[in-house]
Design a binder for this molecule. Structure first.
Ligand code: KPL
Length: 304
């Protein structure tokens, strides 16, 4: 049985696809009011997938009530992951598997440290999804989920269930490097989409030389933390993501538009802290972090 904790866009997208494929799955909601609203909507998730729109029944429960858990998918924002996990920890079986879907870095390692009796797996998710109304999710871009265990070991057999449920997965030996690379991509795109309030594709036009100066700094950081990617390769990957997602609003810009706290602390904040820990001088990155924090504060949002 899969348990999915978090009913944002990713949580709904994962739970709906599992349930649609007939895989046993329960969604864990944050409080009684959310559970009552779920029952009022007859436990239905509206999934828009291209031009198809379907309603899929997904059972839900609270963290405080239910059976022992052996596969837990954490689909919250990075800043909520620790609290969410703590709320469900008493139900985790020893040896349970926890899959972390968060953006950025930091929340995954915190989970590994806090739950040594469980197997904590990390995922790099590239699906695009957004909530279009209560219990309604739009699967806007089909991506791939790279999943791995930072402590090593083989792929769990339930990866086949994910693939069968159209949750495209690839077992990845070096998941931390994949997440570092994704972090660098997010550092190069997301903050600018907020600073210039633009879709991803317009970042280079607005940012100009600042992006060309930032990418070598991100490359230094990645190299220090074990990446073997050449600067040119990093540059190409970033330009490709910008052009492949040109019309998208980054997750950070979506958060700002919705008046929600952003994941700045797990993206730029993590990068800046890791640079400081390694004694790397990355002034463009540091300035970008300051500028973004200032902008968030001016918008009445937290700078962390
Ligand atoms: O991952 C993303 C995000 O928005 O967080 C990118 C790659 C920028 C795509 O929008």
């Amino acid at each position: 049985m899969f348990h999915v904790l978090g009913a944002g866009s990713l949580g709904l997208l994962w739970a709906a696809r599992l349930a649609r494929a007939g895989k046993p799955c329960r969604l864990i909601l944050r409080d009684q009011a959310a559970l009552d609203a779920w029952h009022d909507r007859h436990q239905l998730v509206g999934l828009t997938d291209g031009i198809q729109h379907s309603h899929i029944e997904v059972s839900a429960e609270l963290a405080s009530a239910g059976d022992a858990i052996d596969i837990l998918i954490i689909a919250t924002k990075a800043y909520s992951a620790q609290t969410a996990l703590a709320s469900i920890a008493p139900r985790l079986k020893a040896g349970a598997q926890i899959l972390m879907l968060q953006n950025g870095l930091g929340s995954q390692q915190a989970a590994s440290l806090s739950y040594p009796a469980q197997r904590v797996l990390y995922a790099s998710v590239t699906d695009g999804a957004w909530i279009s109304g209560p219990g309604q999710v739009v699967w806007a871009g089909k991506g791939i989920n790279r999943i791995g265990d930072p402590a090593g070991g083989d792929a769990p057999s339930w990866l086949n269930d994910l693939n069968a449920a159209e949750i495209a997965c690839q077992w990845t030996a070096d998941i931390e490097q994949v997440l570092w690379q994704k972090l660098a991509i997010n550092c190069a795109i997301n903050p600018f989409t907020v600073l210039y309030d633009c879709p991803n594709g317009e970042v280079p036009r607005h940012v100009g030389a600042r992006l060309d100066q930032l990418i070598p700094e991100l490359h230094q950081l990645l190299t220090h933390y074990g990446s073997s990617l050449a600067l040119e390769e990093l540059n190409t990957v970033i330009q490709q993501v910008i052009s492949n997602t040109a019309a998208n609003s980054s997750s950070m810009r979506q958060d700002v538009h919705a008046g929600r706290r952003t994941e700045i602390d797990f993206i730029l904040g993590y990068a800046v802290r890791q640079a400081q820990a390694a004694n790397l001088k990355l002034p463009i990155l540091g300035q970008l972090y300051t500028d973004l924090g200032d902008r968030l504060i001016s918008l009445g949002l937290p700078a962390d």
